[in-house]
Design a protein. Structure first.
Length: 103
């Protein structure tokens, strides 16, 4: 939303001469400036000097599951937790205090 307002402020305010958009642009660009000031610096995780003949390999392992598979696994886990909860309640109602505590 801020990017849209910044673009409108440039086109209608500075180029179009509308005072409202100039004022709004000032506010939006000020917000953007303070976001820029508050940004995080990059963090060095590992540093080492490379000698002659050495190389660096950077790899990224991706999750092989797609979104549908993750949702299905989450749903199955939720059903399993629900069944365990029902079993614990049934055990406490029967008076199986030891089995309820073990679960």
């Amino acid at each position: 939303m801020l990017a849209y307002l910044r673009a409108r402020a440039l086109s209608k305010g500075l180029l179009g001469g509308r005072r409202f958009w100039i004022g709004l642009g000032f506010v939006v660009w000020t917000i953007r400036f303070f976001q820029w000031l508050g940004r995080r610096e990059t963090e060095v995780v590992y540093r080492e000097t490379l000698g002659a003949g050495h190389s660096v390999t950077v790899s990224h392992s991706t999750d092989t599951e797609n979104r549908r598979q993750r949702r299905k696994a989450d749903k199955q886990a939720k059903v399993g937790r629900r069944q365990a909860k029902v079993e614990r309640r049934a055990a406490t109602r029967r008076g199986d205090g030891a089995s309820a505590e073990a679960a």
